[in-house]
Design a protein. Structure first.
Length: 167
């Protein structure tokens, strides 16, 4: 138990010595006076250089961003020009061909004139086609027509492609 009060006394002495050294060090540090004219001018230049550096970095970032966006725009323009050039190359080979091709019935019952236009174009040496002009007619058996009736039982409407745009 005697060691315990001695330890407390030693700790208190160390604490007092440490605080005394801190006070002595604080007194020995020279006090800073107001900065002089030249120091203020130097600080002003430092702030200006920091602002200029920040502005240059922002401008550099803007230029990089602009360059990236310009590259994307150029690529898009080149792709568009290629597509337009491809279309221009195909124009001389495009023709409007006259014909008479029946449009078959599609699964929904409507006439499938795309198939008819393609058939007209393939007959004339082209690969594909789209209908430009169509004709419809009512097809009735001879007995209906001879009786003087138009339409009715046995009659149906047929659709024909008469002109197709072929490529």
């Amino acid at each position: 138990m005697a060691a315990h009060p001695a330890l407390v006394a030693l700790f208190a002495a160390g604490l007092a010595l440490t605080s005394a050294l801190a006070v002595a060090q604080d007194r020995s540090a020279p006090k800073r006076e107001d900065p002089g004219f030249f120091e203020r001018v130097g600080q002003w230049f430092e702030r200006q250089f920091e602002t200029l550096d920040s502005s240059v970095k922002d401008a550099s970032k803007s230029v990089r961003t602009f360059g990236h966006e310009a590259g994307i725009a150029a690529k898009t323009t080149v792709d568009g020009a290629k597509d337009a050039a491809g279309a221009m190359v195909r124009i001389p080979t495009t023709r409007v061909i006259s014909g008479h091709q029946k449009c078959p019935a599609a699964p929904n019952g409507a006439p499938d004139c795309v198939a008819a236009a393609t058939a007209i174009c393939k007959k004339n040496g082209f690969d594909s086609g789209k209908s430009v002009d169509m004709t419809t007619a009512e097809n009735c058996p001879a007995q209906v027509l001879l009786s003087g009736r138009t339409g009715g039982v046995g009659c149906h409407t047929e659709t024909f492609v008469s002109r197709a745009l072929c490529q």
